[in-house]
Design a protein around this ligand. Sequence first.
Ligand code: SAH
Length: 252
Amino acid sequence: MSGHVYVVGLGPGDECHRTPAADDALKRARHLVGYGPYLARAPARDDQVVHASDNREELDRAHHALRLAAGGESVAVVSSGDAGVFAMAATLFEALEAQGGEECGITIVPGVTAMIAAAARIGAPLGHDFCAISLSDNLKPWETVLQRVRAAAEADFVMAFYNPISKARPWQLGKVLDLLREVRAPDTPVVFATAVSRPDERIAVVPLAEAEPGMADMRTVVIAGSSATRSVPRAGEGVWVYTPRRAGAASA
Ligand code: SAH
């Protein structure tokens, strides 16, 4: 009998952003597999087996889930946000390909990814063309990161930066902000959204000229505006940030 692997995006934090489909997949699984802090957000029943692992053991975790399912078990592999955005879904297919094919059912359950949750908090910065770039050079060369940021900046995309900084990668975000300053106006809004929908959520908007790496940590998604992104005053204090839906000649 073959089992099933659900790869489940839990959303950015608060369970109000977790979809009913994610809850349903978590209920169906007998095994819950993932990074410890994410599993803590999906409390297990007594009859469920929890397999918590370190964040760096993703490929092992994917192989483990596929082996359990090939043996007839139902397994939920959890990710924060959306499982397909810099997370476990692609890792699962990498493991599947290495194992030479499918011996179980697979369902990928979407979740609210960090940039979408952050954008909603601050307005609509992703209202026109945008891209998402991970600044981590763990899985790609640093030159590739810079090349992609430069190309996206020249193409005038709004950019959402995931994995902007960590203890092991303290300087990369500074280089990216310097690169943006070569291309974008100094007053371009930059959003630092940290721990969105968690109890310690922090959201700051600064002009590109004042953006600094110290404004981000591992739980920050940074959204850098395009040339069209602007801010409007918000009732009380602060601003809304949005990118108009018309660009270039179309806005005339
Ligand atoms: N699969 C996740 C992304 C994993 S990469 C998703 O779809 O959201 C990890 C990066 O995601 C972090 O470094 C940070 O940039 C971002 N991130 C994850 N959760 C976040 C949150 N609650 N608030 C802000 N950024 C978050």
